[in-house]
Write a protein that binds this ligand. Sequence first.
Ligand code: PMP
Length: 401
Amino acid sequence: RFGDIAHGPSVEVFELVAKFNEDTHPSKVNLSVGAYRTNEAKPWVLPVVRKVEASMAADETLTKEYLPITGMPQFCEAATSLVLGADNPAIAEKRAGGVQSLSGTGALRLAMTFLRELCGAKAALVSKPTWGNHLLMFRQLKYEDVREYRYWDASSKGLDLTGMLEDLKTAPDGSVVVLHACAHNPTGVDPTHEQWGQICDVMKAKKHYPLLDCAYQGFASGDLAMDAWAVRFFASQGLEIFAAQSFAKNFGLYNERVGNLTIVTATPDALERVKSQIKMIIRGMYSNPPAHGARIVNTTLRDPALFAEWQGCIKTMADRVLMMRAGLRKRLENLGTPGTWNHITDQIGMFSYTGLNPTQVAYLVKEYHVYVMKSGRINMCGLTTGNIDYVAKGIYDAIIK
Ligand code: PMP
């Protein structure tokens, strides 16, 4: 019976990682996967995470009992405060809260399922381009009308605001709209505060459901509050919103699958209703979330000394990305690489949308063993002081060929 099942497609980013791992070339560089790397091109377990884990290991009061279906309440509270700001009136008014999720992906999936099944949403919009999983999830959930709104303007290598607003306006009323809260993946281009205001006005007029994807808080500017600006702004505008938080990037907890779905509603009663339904969605999917990552995040967010240490780690990561951006731009310009390269330093977050086309990308992979996504997206964290000259030369060569 299963012999006739068609093969599913591969997931580009993980396929590239597998090829990279198999590659024996001594100069190989992986610029594909969205994870932080040190200047030695090594994964980084944040020292603050190691410290908290050591104390957890020694704590015999911690058991392996089930968490509640919606997760560890203290963690959800701390995570919600982190994204909305502890002094957010919606928290004081008890109309903002959180549900623990399987990282950012799980939070998105919970919100999308709730909006489809309980609000009857049929249409969904994501930015063009976006992180591929958004489209996959909407399709799996049988959204009938899945569209892309214009976002990346190839000529200016910036935001196509006019196109974006037009597409939001022409979409069916009550569409679910995924908005990247900061550090847009893959383009590294975020709206300005003024532009967010215009986006919000259209969202309101069209009664769209805002689903803010907040996977990189701290990675855009290095400042946690600044990176949550869009989420806080939407919450302040009288809209009911979902914000999908991930602690994969800013805590380096990629495999712990710890996230939070922050929910802001008009009334405390509405919040309880929404949470009770999301609880049933979780119960039917995986019953209860894992505790380890939530304990690490909760402990760190609640202890002022650990929190300060964590902020230091975020700064280390954000500063290294900035240094690599400046370094790559300078090298490409010094080599006289055709085109303009200011977008490398204008874009923010972990990724840069280089503008390399698929042929140039294929050249880089084949000739230089530099692994880049077909879209031309590169993870700045894959660059190091040891490989940046080599990568710049590879890009130069790929373009002039
Ligand atoms: N949204 C975006 C835009 C992302 O880039 C990512 C990570 N690649 C996520 C959400 C969620 O990732 P995770 O499920 O690992 O938290």
